[in-house]
Design a protein around this ligand. Structure first.
Ligand SMILES: *[C@@H]1O[C@H](CO)[C@@H](O)[C@H](O)[C@H]1NC(C)=O
Ligand SMILES: *[C@@H]1O[C@H](CO)[C@@H](O)[C@H](O)[C@H]1NC(C)=O
Ligand SMILES: *[C@@H]1O[C@H](CO)[C@@H](O)[C@H](O)[C@H]1NC(C)=O
Ligand SMILES: *[C@@H]1O[C@H](CO)[C@@H](O)[C@H](O)[C@H]1NC(C)=O
Ligand SMILES: *[C@@H]1O[C@H](CO)[C@@H](O)[C@H](O)[C@H]1NC(C)=O
Ligand SMILES: *[C@@H]1O[C@H](CO)[C@@H](O)[C@H](O)[C@H]1NC(C)=O
Ligand SMILES: *[C@@H]1O[C@H](CO)[C@@H](O)[C@H](O)[C@H]1NC(C)=O
Length: 630
């Protein structure tokens, strides 16, 4: 029976091994940030001229000759005074799926200030890299690469940069390569994580991978030589093995680990093998170990057996030959949790013979951050456009995410009730020189409680429907808004309504009076021709060339009153002519009640406390970039 197994397995594997198509899609895109022309590099990769950015300016590193690849010589920087705190690359037209993203970050004193900047970077609204000044010297001068795997469920793909302490974020190049969504055990790990590279080692002598050598890797992964990560104890105790023989099981769905990875290996002369990887203790890690028995001296099971020990914890026992035989891929992975230090020690502890390993990958499992409710994103983008929000305010990317960054300038966000997304709570854009109009998409902001657009030069009308949700404070004073006040503003939630100094006209909705009655305040002064509220003129009965409905009612009422009066007069003068003590004056109480309702005035200090409270923020850990340019 056992002899039937190998051919059967072969049949199963053949179609997979033979398929060279990428069932998950094959989109790849390389952007040479800061460059004005498209070029090809020595490895036949096309680098597109800079595009898809929201702002910033292009520069050249100070010593271009130190950089062998053209795409490393240019960079884009985002100085916050002109570009705003937050800027992005927004790549349209990509299919939704999973992507390998690689960024080249370089400073090389391009601005002559000898100050590598502090900034953060996010992917789809999740913080993934944190750069803090001063950078390691080698990174600052020669630049470094960072990469990760992320799901892009809803295109466009967005990579955003956030200035820390008024520094200018920089980026040298960006690559996006579509990868298999099932790779790296996504079925178990779930879609809720970005996998940030904290070490992808080939335990052979060389660094290799697309962009650096002519070697291929379907996902565009770069493999660093493991020698730099051996602990000092292990460095003088290792032997490198290599083969050119085919390794079965390489290059297969869904991970497409390249065969080259398994054709070299590191083995100790005696005793355990130690690797040390730098980590950030705040997240969990996905650790992936690659093995293939390429030592022809091993001819059966139980000749090379070792335990995998991570930070002192024995995780598994490995006998490569027993699992897959000779010249075949054997992968093992696990999730390492609750780290207490900034190193991840991987020890291969011999049980029989000496340990051997082909490669090792370690990814931080960065939980995907909350992002803004998609409808509200639509509304905010429409407002950005219609209000003409200036570039310096950095209204780019997701309005609220990542939660550890400030939201768009002037915007306050909160998590929604069930903590599944972020919602816009308050917009404060007073005195910003805005010259546009208020898009009626603002009505998509269902959770907006406070809106202040005062002292700008906004034209157009107050969108009808505004105030129909939970809006409680609205200040549109000091603009050039025209038209009438929409009925929707007369909502029972409204507590503060400041519309003075505009060009509004027409009848004030009757419901607005109740704001004053409920202890709120309202200011309608200095408009063009508002009418019909106490302290304002009475409305003309002619409205837009016809009788207003109010006027019609008024006329109807006055006709009725006139008729009744006539009857009364007839009664008094003709029938009861002897009685002349009838009082037509209003009772005193009624007059004073009307006077109370007349007191429309502005109170500024309402609910400031609540306004000042920033949205609650979880603080994801900052991630250092992880491999340096070699
Ligand atoms: C990507 O796939 C499509 C269809 O599957 C094919 O036409 C195209 O040539 C492929 N592109 C690359 C760069 O492999
Ligand atoms: C480089 O790309 C071009 C077109 O994309 C192709 O014709 C050529 O064979 C490629 N060269 C190598 C070495 O892959
Ligand atoms: C990669 O391959 C191309 C085409 O075969 C060749 O011109 C180039 O020199 C190679 N690059 C390296 C670094 O080997
Ligand atoms: C990792 O190993 C180094 C020495 O090889 C040791 O100093 C360090 O304490 C170890 N860290 C952990 C978390 O085991
Ligand atoms: C390490 O763990 C494996 C499996 O969990 C077990 O088989 C092995 O005996 C353990 N090694 C030691 C030294 O306890
Ligand atoms: C990690 O720590 C948490 C709480 O500190 C604990 O509940 C959990 O069991 C730990 N997990 C592991 C794998 O040790
Ligand atoms: C609106 O913002 C301006 C500052 O631009 C401020 O003076 C005013 O008090 C704000 N209005 C309200 C109602 O808070």
């Amino acid at each position: 029976m056992a002899s039937l197994l190998p051919p059967f397995l072969l049949l199963l594997l053949l179609p997979l091994a033979a398929s060279s198509s990428y069932p998950y899609g094959n989109v790849s895109l390389h952007i040479d940030c800061g460059s004005d022309h498209t070029s090809a590099d020595a490895f036949n990769t096309t680098w597109l001229s800079d595009r898809f950015f929201t702002g910033g300016s292009s520069s050249v590193v100070s010593e271009p000759l130190l950089f062998p690849s053209r795409h490393e010589q240019n960079l884009r920087s985002f100085p916050p005074p002109s570009s705003g705190k937050k800027n992005c690359y927004v790549v349209p037209g990509l299919p939704s799926g999973r992507y390998y993203l690689r960024a080249f970050t370089v400073y090389d004193d391009y601005d002559g200030r000898s100050h590598p900047p502090s900034f953060d970077a996010s992917v789809q609204g999740t913080l993934v890299f944190s750069w803090r000044s001063p950078w390691p010297e080698d990174s600052a001068r020669r630049g470094s690469y960072s990469d990760l795997l992320a799901f892009v469920p809803d295109p466009p793909a967005e990579v955003c940069f956030y200035s820390v302490a008024t520094d200018s974020p920089v980026v040298g190049s960006l690559s996006l390569v579509q990868v298999d969504p099932l790779s790296y055990d996504a079925a178990t790990v779930g879609h809720g994580f970005v996998l940030v590279n904290y070490g992808r080692l080939d335990c052979g002598p060389d660094n290799w991978g697309p962009g650096f050598t002519n070697d291929t890797d379907h996902f565009g992964r770069y493999w660093q030589s493991g020698s730099d990560f051996l602990s000092p104890d292990s460095k003088n105790n290792v032997v490198l093995l290599s083969t050119i023989t085919t390794i079965s099981g390489a290059n297969q769905q869904p991970n497409y680990f390249p065969m080259k990875l398994y054709q070299t290996a590191t083995m100790t002369r005696e005793g355990p093998l130690y690797y040390e990887l730098g980590v950030d203790a705040k997240t969990d890690y996905l650790l992936w170990l690659h093995f293939a028995e390429i030592d022809s001296k091993v001819s059966g099971p139980r000749q090379r057996v070792f335990d995998v020990v991570v930070n002192g914890k024995n995780l598994t026992r490995v006998d490569i030959f027993k699992e897959v035989g000779l010249l075949a891929v054997y992968d093992w992975h696990c999730i390492v949790r609750n780290l207490s230090s900034t190193t991840l020690n991987v020890t291969l502890q011999p049980v029989v013979g000496v340990p051997l390993i082909s490669g090792l990958e370690n990814y931080a499992l960065v939980p995907v951050d909350l992002s803004t409710d998609p409808e509200q994103v639509v509304a905010m983008r429409a407002l950005k456009e219609s209000l003409g929000v200036p570039e310096r305010m950095g209204w780019n990317g997701d309005p609220c995410a990542p939660t550890s960054w400030d939201a768009w300038e002037g915007v306050t966000c909160h998590p929604n009730k069930d903590k599944t997304s972020l919602i816009i709570y308050q917009i404060d854009l007073g005195s910003q020189g805005l010259k546009g109009y208020i898009s009626d998409q603002i009505n998509l902001l269902l959770n907006l409680v406070s809106l202040n657009l005062s002292s700008n030069s906004l034209r157009g009308t107050v969108p009808s429907g505004l105030g129909g949700n939970v809006l409680a404070r609205l200040d549109l004073s000091g603009n050039q808004l025209t038209g009438s006040i929409p009925d929707s503003l007369a909502s029972s939630n409204m507590q503060l309504l400041v519309l003075n100094d505009n060009l509004l006209e027409g009848q004030v909705p009757e419901g607005l009076f109740t704001i004053g009655v409920h202890g709120g305040s309202i200011d309608l002064s200095a408009n063009k021709a508002l009418c019909g509220a106490p302290s304002l003129p009475v409305c003309s009965i002619w409205e837009n060339g016809g009788l207003s409905s109010g006027a019609k009612i008024a006329i109807g009422l006055s006709c009725a009153v006139a008729f009744i009066m006539l009857l009364l007069v007839l009664y008094i003068f003709c029938i009861r002519r002897r009685r002349n003590d009838y009082d037509f004056g209003l009772p005193h109480e009624l007059i004073s009640l009307a006077a109370k309702r007349n007191r429309y005035q502005r109170q500024k200090s309402l609910m400031l406390l609540e306004m000042e409270s920033q949205h609650a923020k979880g603080l994801p850990s900052p991630f250092s970039p992880n491999y340096q340019k070699s």
